[in-house]
Design a protein around this ligand. Structure first.
Ligand SMILES: [Fe+2]
Length: 290
């Protein structure tokens, strides 16, 4: 089933840049050996691909009928995260959660979240089949759109996912997209990605990763979770505040030379003095691109 879907995708998407990376379920993924999970994931992924292969004027974000098992995973993670958020979420995130209402007992629809976000900030979400290239992903951010997976992690390991899933996208990112300053930062990096050289793209990717994905931020003398990987990740959030990870001040020069692996729990983090400081630093750095 997976193989057949991939072959069809190759034919359908030869002209389509956004789908240039095909879905991969690595052999060490918790769901790799579960045929039901793979089948379900293919169903959801196929809908995302249909979205991108449909003409822009006719695209509609697909609705997913989540199963009771999938809703249970969402509920479990939601409860665990709420305890972590109380202690460690930054104030922007807490404000965002008050503005945009996320269900705790069922997986929300991207279409519903888009309606809310359009009303609040104009930012939008589009479905995606999985990881795409850094340039494609960031260029969409430059347009005020984030590509979001709609499938959920395997039920056997609800506390950590080796890849983005809807828990990461929605719990981690969505509440932040009510804030114009957060959208401006995403757009700044995304617009720079459009014309960046390969080396500059690598720098932008690491700046994005260690801030919007995994950044910590100082608030009134206390370190708080700022990045989506922390706000939407039980393991990574717990680790970041455990005292057992390497935590350094965020500097452009340090961050751009620090590699990462998205599939594993993160071993080190960078602390941002403030969102305004971060925006100015990245803006000045991008201005230096030739
Ligand atoms: Fe993310």
């Amino acid at each position: 089933m997976v193989g057949i879907v991939r072959e069809n995708l190759l034919q359908d998407t030869q002209q389509n840049l956004i789908l240039s990376t095909l879905p991969i379920l690595d052999l060490d993924h918790p769901g790799a050996n579960d045929p039901d999970y793979r089948r379900r994931r293919d169903e959801i992924v196929t809908k995302a691909i249909t979205f991108h292969t449909t003409g822009p004027s006719q695209r509609v974000v697909p609705l997913i009928e989540y199963t009771s098992k999938e809703n249970e995973v969402w509920h479990h993670v939601s409860q665990k995260l709420s305890t972590l958020h109380e202690k460690w979420a930054c104030s922007l995130y807490k404000e965002g959660r008050k503005i945009i209402n996320l269900p705790t007992d069922r997986v929300p629809q991207l279409r519903d979240l888009n309606r809310e976000l359009m009303r609040i900030s104009g930012f939008q979400l589009e479905p995606i089949h999985g990881l795409v290239s850094a340039r494609e992903f960031m260029m969409k951010l430059g347009e005020g759109i984030m590509l979001c997976t709609q499938y959920i992690r395997h039920h056997s390991k609800p506390e950590f996912s080796p890849e983005p899933d809807i828990i990461h996208e929605v719990f981690g990112h969505v509440p932040m997209f009510v804030h114009p300053k957060i959208i401006a930062l995403n757009r700044l990096i995304g617009q720079a990605a459009r014309t960046a050289t390969e080396e500059q793209l690598l720098w932008l990717n690491r700046l994005y990763w260690y801030s919007i994905e995994y950044g910590l931020i100082m608030e009134q003398g206390e370190m708080k979770a700022f990045g989506a990987g922390l706000l939407g990740g039980i393991k990574d959030c717990t680790n970041a505040f455990s005292g057992n990870c390497v935590i350094k001040p965020f500097t452009i020069q340090e961050v751009i030379k620090t590699d990462y692996n998205y599939s594993f729990e993160q071993p080190h983090f960078f602390v941002i003095p403030s969102l305004e400081w971060l925006h100015t630093e990245i803006e000045n750095f991008i201005k230096s691109f030739t």
